[in-house]
Design a binder for this molecule. Structure first.
Ligand code: DCP
Ligand code: MG
Length: 602
């Protein structure tokens, strides 16, 4: 069980990278109309935000000070109209940004999901599912949030800041300098506290990820946990992780509590300086009271975008890291793909040939298969036997073209499988595995997975042949019974039979059975073998079995050991040879039966 959910390699932030940024922005292409509307609404808001202190200045200087009620009324109405416009503009802007953000999430997620489905086995081999999932969920969310609201805030705030600064300089040069004199102080504070606060938040995210991973694993393994009575141990482990999360959150919030009020305090300091000097300027008659009030108003507004920008900036950096990870997946091209001139295979005969195939999952590491050569004639049954880890499933993986060999070639009906369209190759092959994956949904849906347009008669026929019908009939809802996630409502053997039905309904020319009946009783197994013989006469099968009794009738048995074919022949030939197979067989026979095996064989 993994004790540590190491997330250290997941970078939280990445330095600003223009190329990456532009590529992210590329997703906006289809949202031109929304973007230009948002830009227009932003400018509207900006104008309103910049105008209202000026209007107040006029109301004070020309209205109140000159005792002109009409001016006050007019300005009042103008302000009302402006605020009304600002409200409507804000409403539509947020609505549009929201729609665009959600649209982006939808688009990127769709693209990622589609792309991940095309990737080859090797991509998934070394990656925990959780990490790939977090690309599709969290990382997509992070970059979409940035692109939607983050960028918009950034642009408005920068414009707002420039606008305010402009107006401030226009209104009162000296006071503007006084107001911005506190900015260095602010920068010092932010550069000191910001990294600490970010580190603290990173810590909270890490501890949260630990909680997620732990809860996830606990739920997945709950049966094992209860069977081993490890609840107490597990609770203690969780308590530790939960406490870490508690502590890191408290710490992060304390820093946060200190940081933003301090920023505000500095802002207030600036404002105080301005008010003090401004008041003196009013008293000396240098400036009107309206100007100073308007000015203080601007100073107040000056701080908000400043802190917003620093917030968005770190949002940008963390979105950079997310974008980098997403693009890394999108840029991974499927290792196994159709050759440009790949051919479509129609009905094949089913001749399979392995020619000097050498293969390793990681080409730099040790090879798993060495110089494998064999042929299966159409209609033959070829059995692969050998100890655990010998390389039997690997041979199947190559035939399905989940991986390509390092050396040598594999031919189907005389065509190198690298010259055949992958979809057309896989359409010809049906596969039943030891650990069959059954999808949530009904039994019918799972059978139809093998052939979407199968008729009811076909479903019943394969269900009879595979004995699925036997148990389906016992369910009140029959074929429409929900099997739940991974087929949880079925027994292991029932799942295997269902996988059999799913493979058979497509009537593939080549059938691969990798320990396909290991979970069903011997009687059912025999029945299925008979069924395959009739349903599949004339088709090629490759059968892997640990239970040697199931492959006695094979046309050819290949004994695999440490990635090599060590013996080859029919059951009788191999027994006569008195080699590896003979010993394997003898041993199983003894385990199964107490009678004198040797005397029976000979
Ligand atoms: N292997 C690997 N990477 C994978 C799958 C397997 O490195 N993604 C290694 C593990 C074994 C070797 O390859 O050392 C052969 O594995 P197989 O699955 O081909 O072994 P078998 O199918 O013969 O074993 P079993 O009878 O247990 O199914
Ligand atoms: Mg295997």
């Amino acid at each position: 069980m993994a004790d540590k959910y190491d997330l250290d390699e997941e970078l939280e932030e990445k330095p600003f990278d223009l190329k990456l940024f532009l590529r992210m922005m590329g997703y906006f292409k289809t949202y031109g109309k929304e973007i230009s509307t948002v830009a227009f609404l932003l400018i509207l808001n900006l104008v309103v935000g910049l105008l209202d202190p000026i209007l107040i200045k006029i109301a004070i200087d020309d209205g109140i000070m000159k005792k002109n009620a009409l001016v006050v009324t007019r300005i009042g109405i103008a302000l009302l109209v402006l605020y009304g416009i600002s409200f409507v503009a804000n409403y539509y802007r947020i609505r549009l940004i929201n729609r665009t953000t959600q649209g982006l999430i939808y688009d990127i997620r769709k693209q990622l999901f589609e792309h991940i489905q095309t990737l080859s086995f090797r991509f998934f081999d070394g990656r925990p599912v959780g990490k790939i999932m977090s690309r599709v969920t969290n990382d997509v969310q992070a970059i979409s949030n940035l692109m939607g609201s983050g960028i918009a805030t950034m642009i408005t705030d920068v414009l707002m800041l420039l606008g305010i600064l402009g107006v401030m300089f226009y209104l009162n040069f000296k006071l503007t300098f006084m107001a911005i004199s506190v900015i260095p102080l602010l920068l010092i504070l932010l550069t000191q506290l910001k990294p600490r606060s970010e580190k603290a938040w990173t810590e909270t995210r890490k501890t949260m990820a630990n909680i997620n991973a732990n809860v996830n694993e606990t739920l997945q393994g709950i049966k094992v946990i209860q069977a081993f009575s490890r609840q107490k141990h597990n609770i203690e482990k969780f308590e530790k992780i939960n406490m870490e999360n508690y502590k890191s959150n408290v710490k992060a919030i304390i820093i946060e509590l200190f940081m933003w009020p301090s920023v505000e305090l500095i802002g207030m300091l600036g404002t105080c300086v301005v008010v003090w000097f401004g008041a003196r300027q009013v008293i000396s008659g240098e400036y009107s009271i309206g100007t100073i009030i308007a000015f203080t108003n601007y100073v107040w507004r000056f701080w908000a975008p400043l802190s917003a920008i620093s917030r968005v900036y770190s949002q940008i950096l963390s979105a950079m890291a997310s974008a980098d990870r997403i693009f890394h997946i999108l840029d991974t091209s499927p290792e196994i793909k159709d050759a440009p001139d790949a051919i479509e295979l129609d009905d094949i005969e089913g001749r399979i040939e392995f020619r000097n195939v050498t293969f390793g999952y990681n080409p730099d590491e040790r090879m798993v298969l060495h110089n494998i050569s064999f042929t299966a004639e159409p209609g033959q049954i070829i059995a692969l036997v050998g100890p655990t880890g010998a390389g039997k499933t690997s041979i199947i993986n190559l035939l399905m073209r989940f991986y390509d060999p390092v050396e040598g070639s594999i031919l189907v009906d005389g065509h190198d499988i690298r010259d055949i369209k992958i979809s057309s190759l896989r359409r010809q092959v049906g596969m039943v595995l030891q650990d069959s994956f059954i999808f949530s949904g009904t039994i019918r849906e799972n059978i139809l997975f093998g052939k979407l347009d199968a008729t009811e008669e076909e479903i019943i026929e394969v269900s009879k042949a595979t004995k699925v019908l036997d148990y389906v009939e016992r369910f009140p809802q029959g074929f429409d019974t929900e099997v739940e996630e991974r087929g949880a409502r079925l027994s292991a053997g029932q799942r295997q039979l269902l996988a059999f039905a799913r493979a058979l309904i497509a009537q593939p020319r080549i059938l691969i059975l990798d320990e396909a009946t290991s979970n069903v009783d011997t009687e059912t197994e025999k029945h299925i073998q008979e069924a395959i013989k009739t349903l599949f006469s004339g088709r090629t099968s490759i059968v892997i079995a640990h239970r040697l009794s199931t492959i006695e009738h094979a046309d050819k048995i290949l004994v695999i050991d440490e990635g090599k074919i060590v013996e080859e022949g029919t059951h009788t030939e191999l027994l006569e040879k008195k080699g590896v197979y003979y010993n394997l067989y003898l041993k199983q026979f003894r385990d199964d039966d107490d009678t004198d095996a040797e005397s029976i064989i000979v």
